[in-house]
Design a protein around this ligand. Structure first.
Ligand SMILES: [Zn+2]
Length: 99
């Protein structure tokens, strides 16, 4: 099997474990909203929020409090969604790139 594929699978599994850890600790850390959860978006980044989770892994109500908290605790997972303005500009997703 392709090494890159395996690495992506392992990374995803690790993220799932971290997601579980997050949920376990969420009741006393982060934004304090019990309904806030964590998932992965289509870019394989961790995605934080509540409400409906769409097929691309984006929440109806993004939670930047938890995203920033997670980045502080696990800097290797950066960037987390909702992304900061800084990350967005790094990704070159500005309006000037839409044709
Ligand atoms: Zn929240």
């Amino acid at each position: 099997m392709d090494q890159l594929y395996l690495r992506a699978r392992i990374t995803r599994k690790l993220q799932e474990v971290q997601g579980l850890l997050y949920r376990l600790t969420h009741s006393y850390q982060g934004c304090g909203h019990a309904d806030c959860g964590v998932s992965h978006n289509i870019a394989e980044d961790l995605s934080f929020g509540s409400g409906h989770l769409d097929e691309y892994g984006f929440w109806e109500n993004p939670c930047s409090t938890n995203a920033r908290e997670w980045e502080r605790r696990f800097p290797q997972d950066k960037p987390c969604w909702p992304y900061t303005e800084e990350e967005l500009s790094k990704m070159n997703l500005g309006p000037s790139n839409i044709t």
